[in-house]
Design a protein around this ligand. Structure first.
Ligand SMILES: C[S@@+](CC[C@H](N)C(=O)[O-])C[C@H]1O[C@@H](n2cnc3c(N)ncnc32)[C@H](O)[C@@H]1O
Length: 281
């Protein structure tokens, strides 16, 4: 089993200047966001199933997932994972990793679990055939270092798959929040993420000679107010401890959403998400 020297891996609670240290210390906030997109997606195929379809084929691959969250990717694809794959699931949050270990205990196969900071991957050169980074690179402060470590730990024919969203992902939903907050005299806009379908190609192609981008078609059709309230509350304190939706605004926001749902029946928001597939040759 590959050991990752503890002193080379930054633990979550040492923090990141942008990302607050409470955001991924436990899975609760992340789950509020993922539950909304899972429950109200109109696509017959989940995002994780769609991503898996673009994995390289092979019976004996060495796989590393960075920022694995709670391991949902592997649960979603449980019936498809070849037995011969040697899979290392990693995250820099001990809380996330522990939840992953518990959720995947139901699968009858073994995974390796490692605390890894994507900026300081300590595996040897050419160790993996596939590296996966689902919706996590925009959290990594020193992305340049992360991308070059990823390339280094891949074999010459290895593949790196990074999923993310575009700038306008869920714009139709964010509009509701913005209209509400504008009306309360507290204007707020999410800032553009540092790694998206719009700006990721340039960052990846600085290291990988071959980069392909694929988009998945999907939308949310949401007919309940409460999951939207939970979704936006989960962003409270995400960056620089900024409170998007303070406690005293929750009831008013819920009523505002119910008003929209009574008129429109549902809030529909297009998704704009996808993956980059990167190769070294
Ligand atoms: C939005 S969640 C995505 C989880 C999962 N990959 C998914 O797609 O559902 C981001 C994850 O990246 C982890 N993370 C953030 N920065 C990281 C870093 N520098 N190194 C490793 N993991 C990191 C967080 O702890 C969190 O579990």
């Amino acid at each position: 089993m590959m050991a990752v020297p503890g002193d080379r891996q930054r633990s979550f609670d040492k923090g990141d200047p942008m990302l607050s240290d409470t955001q991924y210390a436990t899975p609760d906030r992340y789950e509020a966001r993922i539950n909304l997109v899972k429950k109200f997606s109109v696509s017959p195929k989940s995002r994780f199933r769609w991503i898996f379809e673009h994995f390289p084929k092979g019976e004996r691959l060495r796989v590393l997932e960075l920022g694995c969250g709670t391991g949902l990717f592997w649960l979603a694809n449980r019936g498809e994972i070849p037995e011969g794959w040697d899979i290392t699931l990693s995250d820099y949050s001990a809380g996330m990793l522990e939840r992953t270990r518990l959720s995947l205990a139901v699968l009858r196969r073994s995974f390796r679990y490692e605390a890894v900071n994507a900026e300081e991957i300590a595996y040897p050169d050419g160790h993996f055939d596939l590296v996966l980074a689902n919706n996590m690179l925009y959290h990594v402060e020193n992305r340049k270092a992360a991308i070059s470590h990823i390339s280094r730990v891949l074999t010459d024919d290895g593949v790196f798959i990074a999923s993310t969203m575009a700038r306008d992902d869920l714009a139709g939903l964010h509009r509701c929040l913005y209209d509400f907050l504008d009306g309360r005299g507290r204007p707020f806009r999410f800032r553009e993420l540092s790694f998206t379908l719009d700006n990721g190609y340039e960052q990846l192609s600085a290291v990988f000679p071959k980069v392909t981008m694929l988009r998945q078609d999907d939308a949310l059709r949401i007919d309940e107010a409460e999951p939207i309230v939970r979704y936006y509350r989960s962003f409270n304190g995400m960056y620089d401890n900024f409170i998007v939706l303070p406690d005293e605004e929750i009831d008013a926001f819920r009523d505002f959403l119910r008003g929209i749902l009574e008129t429109r029946g549902a809030i529909t928001a297009a998704r704009d998400t996808g993956i980059f597939i990167c190769r070294k040759r």
